[in-house]
Design a protein around this ligand. Structure first.
Ligand code: ARG
Length: 458
């Protein structure tokens, strides 16, 4: 007999049973479900809706079930559809018909909303912790690599030399904003929907604020219809998660490129790579590739939930059960990706020599020659053209700017003097970018310190 079987004359069709059930995935919410029920029943007692003895029996029964769940002794069943009814059924098996009083003044609609808020709240904090851990590794590498210089790229063409620290700190800035986004979303997540009932509230003299406070919520939903139909906080969570994955994916892409034989900027630790079943020489960066690949499915979960919600009338509709698998999968994907990225960055070896070589064997100092001419009074546009011609000349001669003799330089711009050689040296080029947020050592160091202080404050 179903918990809601009263008005039914036939058993549920077997296909419906399987199609309708969510227990195979919403069992993930078991801790939250019991935690919520404990607070709910305590409130029923406090408000005089249930006698003390019933409250005690129900609470003890719920705690016993929780202990059994934790010991792995509980089998959930599809027949009882979802985690909420499975727990209620287990409770009745445990303590008898008094267990049937737990659901007084409550609906699965506000119950599932409560469980998901508790779940997202916990996961938001966990993701912040993992992001902070990643941030720590990025800052450590940035500190160690402060004197490593590599070409910075635009269009994946060598553009201007930068400190490797500067490059890493760009990611630290992205992840810092991600942390801020999670922290900001927390206030919306930490809002209690319980007490909304099925849609309109309840006839029992409940105390919603008591439950909210007991569960550590900062506030309650002020409209019962919104409380049971709001999934904004899940969209927000998936959106922030998609952005974190996108940042991880861009970083992964660079790690993959940098560890290729073409770049040879870094070497990933053996423990984080895999081999080929056929080609004995291969060492593949599977993990960054998988992080890059899994970004697609997380962004997919975001779009999928938006599509599920977009035409739903108020209030609860069963479509909303579709919110869960994508969210659970996102949490799992993100947790693994963040943990692994921290380890990969911590253990990678940086090939400073190769990076320096690529700075020297290119025209990453061309802007600096143009700026040099500007300082001699030549308008920037004209200087740009002169250097462009000089680069073309060098390409034909198969050499770089610093290989030109003073006479060659002067044949393009007589203003050029002997000091040009120092001026175009990679270190001078990097150090010349002292503007705020630039790649000169003092600026990078300043940012690094700022980020370290911020990290310590979290
Ligand atoms: N398993 C359902 C879900 O995840 C719980 C809420 C069901 N409520 C209902 N009235 N059918 O959405």
């Amino acid at each position: 007999m179903k918990l809601w079987g009263g008005r039914f004359t036939k058993p549920t069709n077997q296909l419906v049973e399987e199609f309708n059930a969510s227990i195979l995935f919403d069992k993930e919410l078991v801790e939250e479900d019991i935690q919520g029920s404990l607070a709910h029943v305590a409130m029923l007692g406090k408000c005089g809706i249930l006698p003390k003895e019933d409250v005690e029996q129900i609470s003890a029964g719920l705690k016993k079930i929780l202990a059994r769940v934790r010991r792995g002794e509980v089998q959930f069943s599809i027949e009882h559809e979802d985690i909420h009814m499975n727990i209620e059924k287990l409770l009745m098996d445990e303590i008898g018909s008094v267990g049937g009083k737990l659901h007084t003044g409550r609906s699965r609609n506000d119950q599932v909303a409560l469980d998901m808020h508790l779940y997202i709240r916990r996961q938001t904090m966990e993701l912040v912790r993992l992001l902070l851990q990643l941030q720590e590794v990025l800052l450590m590498q940035a500190e160690q690599q402060i004197d490593t210089i590599l070409p910075g790229y635009t269009h994946l063409q060598r553009a201007q030399p930068v400190r490797f620290s500067h490059h890493l700190l760009a990611y630290a800035s992205m992840f810092e904003r991600d942390i801020e986004r999670l922290v900001d979303s927390y206030k919306r997540v930490n809002t209690c929907p319980l007490g909304a009932g099925a849609i309109a509230g309840t006839t029992f003299p409940i105390d919603r604020r008591y439950v909210a406070e007991k569960l550590g919520f900062d506030r309650i939903y002020d409209n019962s219809m919104d409380a049971v139909s709001d999934r904004d906080y899940l969209v927000e969570f998936l959106s922030i998660s998609s952005l974190i994955m996108t940042h991880l994916s861009r970083l992964s892409e660079e790690l993959i490129l940098w560890s290729s034989e073409e770049f040879q900027y870094i070497e990933l630790d053996d423990a984080f790579c895999t081999g080929s079943s056929m080609m004995p020489q291969k060492k593949n960066p599977d993990i960054p590739e998988l992080i890059r690949g899994k970004t697609g499915r997380v962004c997919g979960h975001l779009v999928s939930l938006l599509m599920t919600l977009k035409a739903l009338p108020l209030t609860y509709n069963k479509d909303m059960q579709e919110d869960k698998e994508g969210v659970f999968d996102t949490v799992k994907t993100l947790t693994g990706s963040l943990e692994l990225m921290a380890e990969i960055l911590k253990t990678m070896k940086v090939n400073q020599k190769r990076m320096k070589q690529n700075v020297e064997q290119g025209f990453a100092n061309a802007t600096d020659l143009a700026d040099y001419l500007v300082n001699k009074g030549i308008p920037f546009r004209k200087a740009h053209e002169i250097v462009g011609k000089l680069v073309l000349y060098c390409l034909k001669q198969e050499k770089f700017l610093l290989d030109c003799s003073l006479e060659e330089f002067q044949s393009f711009a007589p203003e050029i003097e002997q000091d040009i050689y120092d001026h175009l040296d990679p270190i001078s080029v990097v150090e010349a970018r002292k503007s705020e947020g630039g790649t000169a050592k003092e600026q990078v160091q300043k940012t690094l310190t700022k980020k370290k202080v911020k990290l310590a404050q979290f």
